[in-house]
Write a protein that binds this ligand. Structure first.
Ligand code: RFL
Length: 391
């Protein structure tokens, strides 16, 4: 088998890149080691920036996000027993959309299956070879048969635990920070208690209340690093959420828990995101704590930059964008890593939290929510930049 671009991983980065390349008629194969059911059922991100909505729309997969997505204009910050609002639409003219990552995945897979280009699920023993030479290839087994995919380029969209980044780890500079707490992530059959996302910075830790649809709520509760989700019964979850929302009028009545898991919080960046004929995109190259909801949006942004670079390469024979892919992508990545880290430091309880540290958090919240320029800067970071466009 031969193609121009071999894409490893059918998450948001890999499927988005595949969609953009297919629209530009650049042949590509997406190789995924899990099943279609698994990737379509994996519930993660939900807060989608205007740039991501624009890229999805312009690539013909925006119909459902426009009809089913929930458009948000305001964030609520609850601390010291009262709530303050930040209307980012009033400050930037832009909104964010709540739409589940797994729905974006379903939309991208449905669009992919209408193209002539392969999307292979359940691939086993995926390995990449000769990425420093001119004839890279991917080996894997599929349907019980050993396969070789020859290509011009390989793009590692295989997430944080994939095989592509380790392949070039000797040439990478890696930056990482592990946060000293985790999030209990809960998906529940429960109507949202508020029309807006609520960040609560309580003295016992963060609670983040968000939603996935009019009937499904998403709740994140800060907890300790060694937490076992099985020890979190429904009543324990709802009691802690109620405590962290104390001072608000809502009574948390709970609902059937669809899913609960522990999320490790880390910041991680690998530089450069390319070597020879191998490129990295999305979580394969960087991770942000979900506090500012940027991970999926960054994965789509990487895919968009890389697609423009391949279009220039194949359409105009120009290499400059391909060569500068990593430098362009990293500007946006570091901006979002910094913002996500700042949000994490602002809203969580740290074990060594002194009264002094707490007062600093409150002063910072008051500053952001009280002053025009600070609120403006926050709002612009929250909604994010417009998509990259090749000049
Ligand atoms: P993914 O989604 O991990 O996809 C990688 C794919 O590669 C496959 N794979 C392989 N395939 C072939 N061969 C191999 N050897 C392979 N190894 C792995 C995997 O099976 C998988 O299908 O990476 P990608 O595409 O870079 O996308 C990244 C996003 O999924 C991630 O950043 C977001 O989910 C982060 N995130 C959020 N991002 C947002 O923009 N907004 C949010 O509101 C938001 N909320 C979140 C989040 C992440 C969370 N968790 C679980 C960490 C909330 C949470 C709780």
């Amino acid at each position: 088998m031969r193609t121009k671009v071999a894409i490893i991983g059918a998450g948001p980065a890999g499927l988005m890149l595949g969609q953009l390349l297919s629209l530009a008629n650049i042949s590509n194969v997406v190789i995924e080691n899990r099943s279609r059911d698994y990737v379509e059922g994996r519930s993660r991100a939900g807060q989608i920036t205007p740039a991501t909505v624009q890229i999805l729309t312009e690539s013909g997969v925006g119909a459902r996000i426009h009809s089913e997505g929930m458009v948000h204009s305001t964030l609520q910050f609850h601390y010291e027993g009262s709530t303050r609002e930040l209307n980012f639409q009033a400050l930037t003219g832009r909104t964010v959309t709540i739409y589940g990552q797994q729905e974006i995945i379903k939309d991208l897979i449905a669009a992919r299956l209408k193209t002539e280009f392969p999307l292979l699920f359940d691939a086993a023993d995926v390995q990449i070879h000769d990425t420093d030479g001119f004839s890279p290839y991917v080996s894997f087994s599929h349907g019980g048969e050993q396969q070789t995919l020859e290509c011009d380029f390989i793009v590692g969209c295989d997430g944080f635990h994939g095989i592509c980044r380790p392949h070039i780890s000797d040439s990478l500079t890696q930056f990482s920070y592990n946060y000293p707490f985790t999030w209990l992530a809960v998906l529940a059959e429960m109507s949202p208690i508020s029309p807006d996302v609520i960040f609560s910075s309580h003295e016992t830790g963060l609670a983040l209340f968000t939603m996935r649809s009019p009937n499904v709520s998403r709740i994140y509760l800060q907890c300790s690093p060694d937490e076992d989700p099985n020890e979190w019964s429904g009543s324990r979850i709802w009691d802690l959420l109620q405590l962290r929302l104390e001072g608000r009028p809502e009574k948390v009545n709970g609902g059937a828990i669809i899913e609960k898991s522990i999320v490790q919080l880390r910041s991680f960046v690998a530089e450069k995101m390319q070597k020879g004929r191998l490129f990295l995109a999305g979580d394969a190259a960087h991770i942000v704590p979900p506090s500012a909801a940027k991970g999926l949006n960054l994965a789509v942004s990487d895919a968009n930059i890389l697609a423009r670079a391949f279009e220039q390469h194949y359409g105009k024979g120009k290499e400059d964008l391909l060569l500068s892919y990593s430098d362009i992508a990293l500007k946006q990545i570091w901006r979002d890593v910094q913002f996500s880290h700042w949000m994490a430091m602002l809203l969580h309880r740290f074990d060594d939290n002194s009264h002094f540290h707490r007062r600093l958090q409150i002063a910072e919240l008051d500053r952001v929510l009280g002053s025009g320029p600070a609120a403006q800067s926050f709002a612009e970071l929250w909604v994010g930049n417009p998509p990259f466009a090749a000049s």
